[in-house]
Ligand binder design. Sequence first.
Ligand code: KG4
Ligand code: ZN
Length: 353
Amino acid sequence: MSGPLVLGIETSCDETSAAVLRGERELLGHVILSQDVHAVYGGVVPELAARAHMRTLDDVVARALAAAPVGLGDLDAIGVTVGPGLIGALLVGVSWAKAAAYALGRPLVPVHHMEAHLFAPSLEDPQARPPFVALLVSGGHTLLLWVPAWGEYRLLGETRDDAAGEAFDKVAKLLGLPYPGGPPLERLAREGDGNRHAFPRPMLHGGQMPGDPDYYDFSFSGLKTAVALRVAELEAAGSLEEERAHVAAGFQDAVLDVLVTKAMRASEETRCRRVLLGGGVAANRGLREELARRLGPEGRLLHSSPRLAVDNGAMVARAAVFHLARQEVAGPQASARADLPFPVRDWRLAIDN
Ligand code: KG4
Ligand code: ZN
């Protein structure tokens, strides 16, 4: 294989990661350091995240280069996540990448974090390329997209309040589970009966038509409140302990029902039975199984291995290889943006002034 040699850097949240990628799939070195400073707080503390990136990024990059093995001077470009994410955390990666690109005289390729998630499965599976419907579900985002080609994105729907992963984390907390709550909640739900506690399916009802504003959008904060009220009732009645698994199962069924139904609506409208699943919630086995079942034998569910589903530098390098080929590189004013919108238009203007 051949192609440009690109260093990808990811520091948007609580993973410090760097990867050396040649072309589209030759991953030569990859280091992901998950910060453990946040666990005792039950969530990511932005200031601690930024400080931990500052402490570790040099070493993480050095280890990725050594594993390849290549030197900084061998690189053709540096790709870096410029948003969305925690601003202090993003700035650590962006400052490092800008300084290195300038010192080496190589192009800096700005990468949108959620677009990088779209590219992750293609690192392992050559078939994971457009056209596809994409459901991106993480701790910070819930996006439903139509992707006819790389770089062409139609945003069909997104959450109006909490992200799907955030809902998992908050409900897990209500049930006394540790952070991040998705994996332990999924395990607990396996022991429960989802029919014992019926929870609402927000933004989902039979009368919705394509074109309606809520046809593809999501909302999870009301569902979280419904679970909180049920937990309080059960606690008052002294029966929370024996109902915990059933509540977890009822909540998970509601979230999966909404996610899968809306992804299938998109698949039907676009007449495309290829659905790409990305972001941390894609690790949920029930979600993958239900989506695969509804897609049927003609359909194709595209997703990455768990290592590339979490935040990582390899997906950033992969997205950078794509943009580098189109000469979509940043000018000297490039910076980070916490609320960077999804690149349906020319978002590079937003970071380059
Ligand atoms: O994409 P990600 O690693 O980080 C962000 O960019 O946010 O996603 C993390 C989210 C957390 O909210 C976590 O609880 C959730 O993904 N998650 C899961 C599972 N594994 C991780 N949610 C449901 N089921 C899981 N098995
Ligand atoms: Zn992410």
